[in-house]
Design a protein around this ligand. Structure first.
Ligand SMILES: Cc1ncc(COP(=O)(O)O)c(C=O)c1O
Length: 491
């Protein structure tokens, strides 16, 4: 057998070495010891999958004998999306998943080496998705203030978007423009239409030494930021996006990618004891100064954040469908129907007319190149969408019940305020390094958790899945609390 020569694969796919937690978990698995996995957000493993879905898909298999592809996906499927979410069927493109949709948009908007701005803390898969498309990520911050929740640090967004344009790039990458080039000349009215451009970004500096929960990972500054990714609500923080972001993108001529897979899973509970003892600000001030003692860590917290004059308790609005900036809304059945195995997502395009027209033709070209959507599920979509509301109700009931359990069990710890999504954040005492803590919790509590750094959270913040069945989740929380107590008494 021939061996693969060293260096044959691109640096974009260089596999990392497993961390100590992953190694320890593999050892438990090899020894046949089952851990309760509090990282697992696969709904099909937690009794949340509706078997009626399979009957619906099966009933459309017979209609798929003849392959009759359309780049955007079958019209009835897109009409059903428009009926549920608004807009026109022509505003929608079906994809095999939201993850694939990210890839298409990185191709559409970025040349190799360009950047997209992503929220931190945040969903860790965006960076590898970008990397596979030779795109870099740079981070803007969201800051946590207990108990009011997460706030977008507008300054960190403006720092990326505010600098002068260096490139004169047009909206789309040159490859994508092949499809859209004639359109630009035909449709754009420079007097009335905004121009999407690449923007140069300054190197952002952060306080040396101090690592705030959401310190930016700005390793790649000094190049064009072609899009801002907004995860609405964010995973794992549960924070809905500050709607100001659309205006910021429009003013900078940058596209907005609005990932709304968790949008319907809204949690309305309110958090308890305030962390911040002193909060000095005025409505007109651009800054808020926060000081206080973090009860979880005992550390003094002292920082200044932007005064956003927007609070997450406001009813969140969707960003997709908004025309302020060129906007690509992302959604899919993996969350909406708790059915990731169906492999169906979609992009909804909105924004100023001429920009939309350019993007439309380029997206058609990309979709036509892949034709990645499977026919039975796409044909079944109109019927499948009739199950969405019951799925949202079922999943949200689970999330709400488990979040209440966590608040009841973790009386000595801080359960962070969340407004939506499938995860919760728990601040634990900084008794061990994150890997040591993860391994100790496997040994002492039989629990598998992700360390905070996985999401760019502080080392002493754990991200827990809210999907497990209620008795399983309660049991796991009790074991986690007891395990932490033992570990605390030992150090
Ligand atoms: C914020 C976010 N976006 C997208 C996805 C991926 O969705 P899909 O299964 O459609 O690729 C996930 C998966 O967990 C996610 O958390």
């Amino acid at each position: 057998m021939r061996r693969m020569a060293v260096g044959m694969t691109s640096s974009r796919v260089a596999p990392g070495t497993p961390n100590r937690i992953a190694e320890a978990r593999a050892e438990f698995s090899a020894a046949g010891i089952e851990l309760t996995d509090l990282t697992d957000t696969n709904p099909t493993r937690h009794g949340l999958f509706d078997p009626a879905i399979l009957d619906i898909v099966a009933s459309h298999v017979g209609r798929s004998a003849r392959y009759d592809p359309t780049p955007k996906g079958p019209w009835p499927a897109r009409a059903a999306l428009a009926e549920r979410f608004g807009g026109d069927p022509e505003d929608y493109w079906l994809t095999a998943s939201t993850s694939e949709a990210y890839g298409w948009l990185f191709t559409l908007l970025c040349d190799p080496g360009d950047s997209v701005a992503v929220p931190t803390p945040g969903y860790p898969l965006i960076e590898p998705l970008a990397r596979l498309h030779s795109v870099r990520t740079c981070a803007y911050r969201t800051l946590y203030v207990h108990p009011s929740g997460w706030e977008l640090d507008r300054d960190s967004v403006e720092e990326m978007l505010g600098a002068e344009s260096d490139s004169g790039h047009s909206a789309l990458s040159p490859c994508a423009q092949v499809a859209g080039s004639t359109t630009q000349a035909e449709d754009a009215d420079p007097a009335t239409e905004p121009v999407l451009r690449g923007v140069a970004v300054r190197r952002m500096t952060t306080d040396a030494g101090r690592r705030f929960p959401s310190e930016p990972r700005t390793s790649d500054i000094g190049h064009s930021v072609r899009a801002v990714v907004s995860v609405h609500p964010n995973n794992p923080t549960g924070a809905y996006t500050d709607p100001w972001i659309a205006q910021a993108c429009a003013e900078a001529g940058t596209a907005l990618i609005a990932d709304e897979v968790f949008y319907p899973f809204q949690l309305t509970e309110t958090a308890r004891e305030p962390l911040i003892n002193d909060c000095r600000h005025s409505a007109r001030s651009r800054r808020i100064h926060l000081t206080g003692i973090d009860p979880a860590t005992g550390a003094q917290d002292d920082r200044e954040v932007a005064n956003n004059q927007w609070f997450p308790s406001d009813q969140p609005q969707r960003l997709s469908g908004d025309d302020t900036a060129l906007t690509f809304g992302l959604d899919g059945l993996s969350k909406l129907l708790a059915a990731p195995q169906l492999k169906l997502g979609w992009i909804r395009l909105s924004g100023p007319y001429s920009l939309r027209r350019q993007a439309e033709r380029a997206l058609d070209e990309i979709a036509d190149t892949y034709l990645s959507v499977n026919s039975p599920v796409a044909l079944a979509l109109p019927e499948l969408l009739t199950l969405a509301d019951s799925t949202i109700a079922r999943v949200t009931a689970r999330l709400t019940a488990n979040l209440a359990t966590a608040r009841e069990v973790f009386t000595d710890l801080r359960v962070r305020t969340t407004y939506g999504g499938w995860m919760m954040l728990l601040d634990v005492p900084p008794i061990l390094t994150p890997d040591d803590l993860g391994i100790a919790l496997m040994n002492r509590a039989g629990i598998y958790v992700h360390p905070g750094y996985f999401y760019d959270l502080p080392d002493s913040t754990l991200a827990l899945s809210l999907l497990p069945e209620e008795p399983v989740f309660r049991e796991a929380c009790l074991r986690l609390a007891a395990g932490l107590d033992v570990l605390k008494s030992e150090v």
